[in-house]
Structures are given as structure tokens and as C-alpha cells.
Design a protein around this ligand. Structure first.
Ligand code: FE2
Ligand code: FE2
Length: 293
């Protein structure tokens, strides 16, 4: 099994046209590792990319962030939200653009890219909300991890459509959730594919590790909290909205197959009380869909 896994991932390593991230992401990451970085120097770098600045200000001023005052400049955003939050926003917006662009000129019957993003955005918003309310993990980190948690599926669908189609067909035929069908069909999980790509991009470890463990949580791991949050948010979003395969037949009924046992243990109170608090999150999710899509 390990051999098959290595061989499968090797195919990804051999892809020549893997998308690359804009240089702003690498630069911002470098700057945040440098203790001499100031608010002004960070803002100057981000402001070289006006499209990102525009989107970032739109995002931080949306209802979703719930700030009382309007932010009109990058350095103001950095003061109010902190460097780390700014980094996470820049990574979210840039990777979203790059990954979304992949499917711009490609029509795929087997992969509905809008459905994929609706799911990912839902998980991002709910992850941020849960982290904030339950005080588990960092809300901004959880947002970006939620947004990118399933990027391995997107990569599979794009680069290895035949393998992806086999998983989707198995899920449909045997009425399985995607993850179960994937386990029965491929030697790797989409979480491992996502991890592989994100490591290649040199993105911060909290992202790579959370993506890696969002379906197999390891107690004691450094990013345990973020993984728990993303796993729970993923299970709830899959239960409340049409799932990735659009086969949600009973919205609102929690499907426990989606939750990792460690995540359930940690956040059971929140899982059991979803109907009470979900109505507050739903408008935020719809808002984020309009923002991103
Ligand atoms: Fe997943
Ligand atoms: Fe997911």
C-alpha cells in the first residue's frame, strides 16, 4: 500500500505545469518570519498588488468580519487585525485566485467547480466562526485552512480526471460519501495530495498540516485544534448544504460519518447544538459566496 501511495504521489511530482503562487505570498511569508518587519514595510509589499489590496479591504469590511469601523488602508488593517491575520488573508485570496483560474477554461462534467468552492467557502466561514466562539484554534488560521482543506480533490480532478471519475462513480453507485469511495478506490487520500502540493508551495506549516490531517486527526499534533475545527465544520457543512456530490437528501440531519472521533469528542457540545446556532452562520456563508464567486 505504501508503495502504491508513493507511486501515486510521484505522478504529482512529475507534473510540469503545476500552478505556482504569486510572488507576493512568498514575500509576505518571508517578512512575517523576519522580526524586523514593520507595519509600513509589510503594507508597502502588499500594496504592490492592488488587486489583492482591493479584495482584502472588501473582505475585512464585510459583515463576515463584523468590525465596527471601516478599514480603508492596508496598514490600518495590519494594525487592527495583526500581521498573522493579514498573511492568512493574502494566502486565502491568492490561492483561491490561482486554483479557481485552473478551471476557467476547462469544462469538466465530473467536477463542478462552483459546487466545490461553495463547500470550501462554507467550511472556511464556519471554521472561523467555530474557532472564535468555541475558543479553539486561531480563527484566521482556521479560515484559510477551511478554504483550502479539500484542494487535493481539485488537483485530482484537474490532473488525474480518470482516477477522480472512478471515485465519483463508486460513491454514486454504492451511495457512499466521497471519502469512503476514495478510500476504496485510490491509494491516497485527497488530504495527502493537498499536503503534497502545499508543501511544494512552501506555505506555512499550519496550513499544510491541517490539510493533511483534516480526515485523520492526530491527538497531540501541533495543529490539533485547527484540524478539529476544520473537520467539524466540514461535517456540518456537508450535512446542511448539498455536499460535493450533490447528494444531500436530508439537509439539517447531521451525518456522523463525516466527523473524526477526536473532533467529535472535543467539540461534541457544538455539534449537538448546531440547529440552535447555525441560523447565525448561514447569512455569513451566503455573504462569502457572493464575495468569492
Ligand atoms: Fe476533505
Ligand atoms: Fe470538505
Amino acid at each position: 500500500m505504501k508503495k502504491a501511495k508513493t507511486a501515486f504521489l510521484k505522478r504529482f511530482g512529475e507534473i510540469r505545469d503545476l500552478p505556482s503562487l504569486p510572488s507576493i505570498v512568498t514575500k509576505v511569508n518571508e517578512m512575517l518570519n523576519d522580526p524586523n518587519t514593520t507595519n509600513d514595510s509589510l503594507s508597502r509589499v502588499i500594496e504592490k498588488d492592488q488587486a489583492i489590496v482591493f479584495k482584502m479591504l472588501q473582505l475585512v469590511n464585510s459583515a463576515f468580519f463584523g468590525l465596527r469601523e471601516k478599514i480603508s488602508a492596508t496598514n490600518e488593517a495590519a494594525i487592527i487585525l495583526g500581521f498573522d491575520a493579514i498573511r492568512n488573508i493574502v494566502v486565502s485570496l491568492s490561492t483561491f485566485n490561482v486554483l479557481n483560474h485552473l478551471f476557467e477554461h476547462k469544462t469538466c462534467d465530473h467536477f463542478k467547480v462552483d459546487r466545490f468552492w461553495r463547500h470550501s467557502i462554507g467550511v472556511a466561514v464556519l471554521s472561523r466562526y467555530l474557532a472564535d466562539q468555541a475558543r479553539v484554534g486561531d480563527p484566521e488560521k482556521c479560515f484559510v485552512c477551511g478554504l483550502l482543506h479539500d484542494m487535493g480533490k481539485l488537483m485530482l480532478a484537474y490532473y488525474f480526471p480518470d482516477d477522480f471519475i472512478r471515485v465519483v462513480e463508486k460513491a454514486r453507485k454504492e451511495n457512499l460519501i466521497y471519502l469512503e469511495a476514495e478510500k476504496k478506490t485510490l491509494p491516497v487520500c485527497h488530504s495527502e495530495v493537498g499536503y503534497f502540493i502545499i508543501k511544494k508551495w512552501g506555505i506555512p506549516p499550519h496550513l499544510a498540516n491541517t490539510i493533511y490531517s483534516h480526515h485523520a486527526i492526530q491527538p497531540g499534533a501541533t495543529f490539533f485544534d485547527e484540524s478539529v475545527i476544520v473537520n467539524v465544520a466540514d461535517g456540518i457543512i456537508n450535512s446542511y448544504y448539498p455536499d460535493f456530490l450533490n447528494n444531500n437528501t436530508s439537509p439539517g440531519n447531521l451525518k456522523y460519518a463525516y466527523f473524526d472521533p477526536h473532533a467529535r469528542k472535543r467539540l461534541n457540545v457544538w455539534i449537538e447544538s448546531v440547529p440552535k446556532w447555525m441560523p447565525q452562520v448561514d447569512p455569513l456563508i451566503r455573504d462569502a459566496w457572493t464575495f468569492f464567486l
